[in-house]
Each structure stands twice: as C-alpha cells, then as structure tokens.
Design a protein around this ligand. Structure first.
Ligand code: CIR
Length: 295
C-alpha cells in the first residue's frame, strides 16, 4: 500500500502542478482521472507514482517531466507513460529495434581530482553534476559514490556509470564518419551484452530511466556550427522539429551553445531501427547544413 505521506505529497504536488502553466508532456496527459487511478499503485521495487513524477512536479518547465524509477513503472504506470511515449516518439507501434549484440580503464569519480574531472567535462567526455531535473527525480543521491567513466586510450569509446542510467554507452570521434562510430558502438555492445544482459521489454525495447530514451536507446548526435540558422532560434527550432531533430547546447542538454556550435540529434529513439535512428539524424543534419550554407 502507498504510504499516506506519499499520497499526501502526490495530492499537493498534483494540485500545484495542475494550476501551473507547465507545457510538459506530463501536464498534457496527467488528468485527474489518470492521476486518481495511479496514485495508489506501487511496483514490486516499492516505487510509487511520486518517484516518477516528482521531477516534473518540481520543474514545471520540463519538456517531458517523468522518469521510470524502475523497469516495472512502464507497465504499472502505463496509463501515464504510454501517451507520453506515443507523443514523444511520434506514435510508435513496436520497437522494431534489432538485437544489438573493445577496451581501456574505469575511472571512478570519487578518485578523480576536481581538475581531472573538469578537464574530462570540458573535453565533452564526462557528464556534469547538478542537473536539477535529475536532482528532483532523486537520482543523484550518494553522489559521487558509485559513479565514474570508462574510456579507451583513444577516448573514442566511453561508458558512463550511474549518471542518469546504470550505463550510458558512447562511441564518438572527430569528423563525419558515422559508419566507423556505429561499428565501434555495436562491437562493444556485443561484448558487453555477453557479460551484462540489458533489460528490455517486448513492448518498449531497451528500458531506460527517461522515457525519451526507450527502444533503440540511441541518441546519434553531431556537433555542428550553424551560426546563421541560430540567429533566429525560433525558426531554427521549427526547422529541427520538421526533421525530427533535437537541438542542444555544446555541453548537451540544458546547456548553452558555445561559438555557434550545437549538438543536434535524432529526437525519437523508439519505433524505428538503430540504422533509421541514425539515418534520421544524418539526413536532417545534411538538410540543416544545406540551409546554413544558403542563408
Ligand atoms: C524534461 O522533462 O525536460 C527533463 N526531465 C529531460 C527530459 C529528456 N530530455 C529531452 O527531451 N530534451
């Protein structure tokens, strides 16, 4: 049974959230009816609706506003997750991702000097601390313990450990050879999955903390300088939207662009194959570059 204290937090949170001008997907789909149906439910991990929506309640400016506190949340709280997933991933029907089946050293955060840590962040290799959305989701407790980064000597293959997800697997390099990046990524996944099976659902593909990452779980991104397009941010965002792209700052989500450099990636990851997720990014970015040149 959901503890009365949690129920009270949910009720108060919902009332305030309902009155807020939030434009998040959570606001769009968390009706009183859905809320009442879900507020008393719990997963076998003891997660409640509050664990999923507290970030969205605390941050009305969220785009999405919900996280899955454990893999069962996507089933137990499907009445709120499903419409959000449908909306975000443009009406996906089934995951269609292919089963994806290298290496260096692990560097724990707790054993790095602040300088070493900052250098890795500046080089776009390491995650940064202090994301208020994640903090409000209660996903940063006991920081920096149990967190760290694995990387190879070339720094072209990285694994983030216990940032937002248990693992964030990253392949990257300078230049535009997406094939090489993808090949390295897949090779590593095949090896990793022999040792640690990833949690998957038949309905949603790979399961992740944030519903935006479900399915292929692939965010294919490129750092690209688009100063002319960026001169009109509204138009730029509209254009990106047209190609199902998401535009982020140079240091990723919730960061600013430095020197007109943007991080542009596929927005949806669910309902298409890995190849098509990358293709979506590739084709969209090609079009953006064309328009930048013409501008
Ligand atoms: C939000 O809802 O805005 C944050 N919790 C981040 C969600 C994932 N990011 C994104 O779609 N840009």
């Amino acid at each position: 049974k959901v503890h009365p204290e949690i129920l009270e937090k949910l009720e108060i949170g919902f009332k305030n959230f309902y009155k807020s001008g939030s434009k998040s997907l959570l606001k769009k789909y968390l009706t009183r009816e859905v809320f009442d149906k879900l507020k008393t439910k719990k997963t076998s991990f003891d997660s409640s609706l509050l664990d999923c929506v507290q970030s969205g309640f605390a941050n009305p400016d969220s785009n999405v506003g919900i996280y899955a506190a454990d893999p069962e949340c996507y089933t137990i709280f499907a009445d709120i997750f499903d419409p959000i997933i449908q909306d975000y991933h443009l009406g996906f029907k089934n995951p269609t991702y292919n089963q994806l089946r290298i290496m260096g050293k692990y560097y724990p955060l707790s054993e790095m000097t602040p300088d070493e840590q900052q250098k890795l962040v500046d080089d776009h290799l390491l995650f940064k601390e202090g994301d208020r959305f994640l903090q409000a989701a209660n996903s940063c407790r006991y920081w920096p313990n149990g967190r760290g980064i694995f990387y190879n000597d070339d720094k072209t293959f990285l694994v983030w450990v216990n940032e937002e997800d248990h693992l964030r697997i990253i392949s990257l390099q300078q230049g535009g050879n997406l094939g090489e990046v993808y090949k390295r990524f897949v090779t590593a996944l095949i090896e990793l999955e022999k040792k640690i099976p990833f949690i998957k659902s038949e309905r949603l593909g790979n399961l992740t903390f944030c519903p935006t990452n479900l399915g292929t779980a692939i965010r294919a991104s490129i750092h690209v300088r688009l100063p002319k397009l960026a001169a009109n941010m509204t138009r730029f965002e509209e254009l990106a939207d047209k190609f199902n792209l998401q535009v982020r700052g140079t240091r990723g989500e919730h960061s600013e662009a430095e020197g007109g450099i943007y991080d542009v990636s596929n927005k949806r990851r669910l309902g298409l194959t890995e190849f098509n997720a990358i293709k979506e990014m590739y084709e969209g970015v090609t079009e953006l570059i064309k328009q930048e040149r013409a501008a």
